[in-house]
Write a protein of this length. Sequence first.
Length: 440
Amino acid sequence: MPDPTPASDRPADQLRAAAEKLREEAARAHRAPPGPWAVADEHVVRCADGMIVADRSGTDHPAERADLRYIALMHPGVGLAVARWLESWAGVDLSEHGPMPEDAQHALAVARQLLGTTTAEDEPDVVAYRNTDRPGVLLCREHGEGWLGLTPLTSEDLEDGGFCTWGREYGHECGRDVLIAPTTSAASLGEVVSRLAAHAVGFQDVLDESDRGPWGALILADIAELRALANRPAADAAPPAPADRYRSAWGSARHRAAVLSAELTRRAPLLGEYAAENTRLLAQAVKAATTITRLRAERAELGRQLDCLRGDMRDMEACVREQDAEFERIRRAAGEAAAGVQQTITSDPLADCATEYRVPVPENGGTELRLRRGHAPYASGWSVAVPGYGGGMALTELGWSDSIGALSADRLFCWPDAATAVDAARRALPAAPAAPEERS
């Protein structure tokens, strides 16, 4: 049952009273069954502590259970939120006699519903009628009121407006803007009289000749009287006094300023959020620009280092080519030196008198071969050895041996001449074990 306590007619007072009433009832409801509420399987609404708020378990009719979800949805938490919303508009200077924001209109309608002060005057006015069977037909209130089968429309249903199409089929369409309230001015009355005169001429064409004369005289007399009334100046048509015009303009400007102030107050937090977001994006842009500059510098440094590496690679390739050429030169020199020794051993006239040769082998790390002639009557051939600790190693027909002292004369001096001993030693050197180093 609505609260019988009367509320003030001022919108701010109505909003404040509705918020206080809703907050009081929501707090009382929350103390008994705290929210949130939920619909249970047994067709009851239970609160947070399990208490039953609404019970429909005793009926199986769907219509009697249809309000359970709505009851659960509108728990005390929702009521407190609506109360805060109503209070947010209570501090704004609003008036129904001037422009009012749409949100404020909705809040005032909710407040009046809560206070039980909603009247028929709060319902939106019908401004036009539409024929659902003929969507192109739109009639103003004057031509559509009282006809069956027409759908009434409010200004909210016609956001883009519209014009009355009455009489279009007969060539004299009404054409009135349905969102503009009709007036009884002399001009509009004269327009109606002119249409009546046109209708009268049309009706005379379908009447019998016996009725045409009397009917025409009667209707023409009525039209003449209406035209005289339309042309008569109205007694109350005097313009308002200047003071009234100024007062009306000042009130309208004041209400518009209040609406604009309320809208700016509502949007102030949004403007702050926009500014903060803009500052954050600007900081990110500066950070991104710094990062891009750093990455470009690093890319330039990497390019410089890559150029240095390429130069080093070119220098290394040139050095390798030089080393290859030097190795080839040494190899040729070693071959020439070996050929010279061989030639010396085989062609030197004093070779028959020589008892020892020392032949360097550069390709084997600078190894030196020592060749000795055997002494008759114990041996007549040549021996070849690599010097080292303990006498070094000697090459026999069976391979290298590091026990030179244990070899017999025929096994040690097994080579027929020095040249043959050198050739055999060169071939056997890569497989020879490392000779023990001489002690100092």
